[in-house]
Design a protein around this ligand. Structure first.
Ligand code: DLL
Length: 448
């Protein structure tokens, strides 16, 4: 349970550890003991209430009673986005519809949307966990929070909103888009924190600069950013641009929404997964029988431990990362930076490449901006795919500096990733700006 402060606090109120949820201070042993009982309950609950789970467990020859210790989870079958699509819209709900208090959906790029549901208790847990994340990232009761995650079926807007309210903050429910209005409200309402995607914060900062405003002069002190991969270099860019502390928040609709994991402002060393509610695993995406040890990279898989409307068993996120021991919340493990989704991996002449790798390299070159797109083409008559990095230079750079920066980028990509590519330094302001989750990859192969 979240312990709310007895009286309204000012933003300056010093942080008291007593404000942490009791579960945040649990030891690893306590967490794992809690996980075991919750996991046993969840498996039995899912098996008895969701036909798809019953079918899949039966086919795999496992029964919920086979889970005697945490490692036994590896015997159970995975759940994929495809399962949710097949059961569209409500086939995976474990409660009757009159107990479903809210529905969200994620569109994805192809096929049917995936639909997720929440009971009142699920919504309360969700708000509690988002509140934990916001507090870890520096937000305090009494602060004003500008929420620029999109409201609607996307879990970002309403998820972040409920968490900020639960924390005791004052929420400004701006939603995504309308960048001019965002700037106006940030100026007029003087929020302490902003919640949005990293690329959208960049859009807002950029637009401020173009209007002759200084992003460092706003009232903002904290940003809680997620919903898309971002790098340490992008963190540095945004922290410098606004003079703020920027922390990560991670989540996905199928598992809950934002707030599955969140980063502490004191350590800024990756998001702690709230393991009292989710059991994470890292598996080898090419050999799903192989569970990876802490520190090894693989695909992140989640099992929910308390969800009522949509219990989710070994859900394959497609997100590639590592698990490491917790630091500021030692009982809960931390996620490494997400290098990308396996869906977003470009395989160029046998070399695997993620947009975040390009971001990391480009932002170390002072003449280049964080605005870039990746185009994949297959020129006529050629058997090989080509990658073009379209990137904007920093304003005020000369033609010579731009050419030199392009050559450096090309060389650094070759050295660090192993791919040859074309670099197209385009005019500042010419690439599409983010309104939320930014599309970085343009695959033009089918059009040729
Ligand atoms: O993006 C939930 C969310 C909203 C998280 C707001 C954080 C803030 P989906 O639309 O279902 O849900 O997309 C989930 O987005 O599998 C990751 O690939 C990516 N993602 C989410 N957070 C992060 C992050 C929301 N902090 C998918 N870093 C996930 C990297 C992220 N990728």
């Amino acid at each position: 349970m979240t312990q709310t402060a007895p009286a309204p606090q000012t933003p300056q109120a010093s942080f008291r550890p007593a404000l942490l949820d009791a579960e945040e201070t649990m030891t690893r042993d306590q967490i794992e003991a809690l996980q075991l009982t919750r996991l046993q309950e969840t498996l039995a609950y899912a098996y008895s209430r969701v036909p798809l789970y019953q079918r899949k467990f039966d086919e795999a020859g496992v029964h919920p009673s086979d889970l005697k210790e945490l490692a036994d989870l590896a015997k159970f079958p995975f759940t994929t986005k495809e399962d949710l699509r097949q059961e569209y819209p409500f086939g995976m709900f474990a409660v009757p519809m009159d107990q479903v208090a809210r529905i969200h959906a994620s569109s994805g790029t192809t096929g049917r949307p995936t639909v997720v549901g929440y009971t009142k208790q699920d919504l309360d847990t969700w708000a509690t966990l988002v509140a934990r994340c916001l507090r870890a990232s520096g937000v305090r009761p009494g602060m004003k929070v500008h929420n620029a995650y999109g409201y609607g079926l996307f879990t970002g807007g309403l998820g972040a909103h409920a968490g900020a309210e639960k924390l005791g903050a004052t929420v400004i429910p701006m939603s995504g888009g309308q960048t001019e209005k965002q700037i106006q409200l940030i100026h007029d309402f003087e929020p302490d924190a902003i919640l949005c995607t990293p690329t959208y914060l960049l859009t807002i900062g950029d637009a401020m600069i173009h209007k002759g405003l200084d992003p460092r002069a706003t009232s903002l002190k904290y940003a809680v950013l997620g919903a898309e991969p971002w790098t340490q270099e992008m963190r540095h860019e945004l922290e410098e641009m606004f003079g703020i502390k920027a922390c990560d928040i991670y989540g996905l609709s199928e598992v809950m929404g934002p707030g599955v994991a969140g980063e502490s402002v004191e350590t800024q060393d990756g998001s702690h997964i709230w393991e009292d509610h989710f059991r994470p695993e890292i598996v080898d995406p090419f050999d799903l029988t192989k569970t990876m040890a802490d520190g090894e990279t693989g695909e992140l898989v989640f099992t929910s431990l308390t969800k009522q409307a949509l219990p989710i068993i070994r859900y394959r996120t497609k997100d590639l990362t590592t698990l490491q021991a917790g630091t500021s919340r030692p009982g809960h493990r931390r996620m490494g930076r997400i290098s990308g989704r396996s869906d977003d991996m470009i395989i160029l002449r046998g070399v695997n490449l993620f947009p975040s790798q390009i971001e990391e390299i480009a932002l170390r070159i002072p003449e280049l901006s964080p605005h870039f797109q990746l185009e994949i083409t297959r020129p006529e008559g050629r058997r090989m795919d080509e990658l073009t990095v379209k990137i904007e230079p920093r304003e005020g750079t000369t033609a010579e500096q731009r050419a030199a920066a392009a050559a450096t980028l090309r060389q650094q990509i070759k050295i660090h990733i192993g791919s040859s590519c074309r670099i197209d330094v385009v005019e500042p302001g010419s690439l599409e700006r983010s309104n939320g989750k930014l599309r970085r990859i343009y695959d033009l192969r089918t059009k040729e």
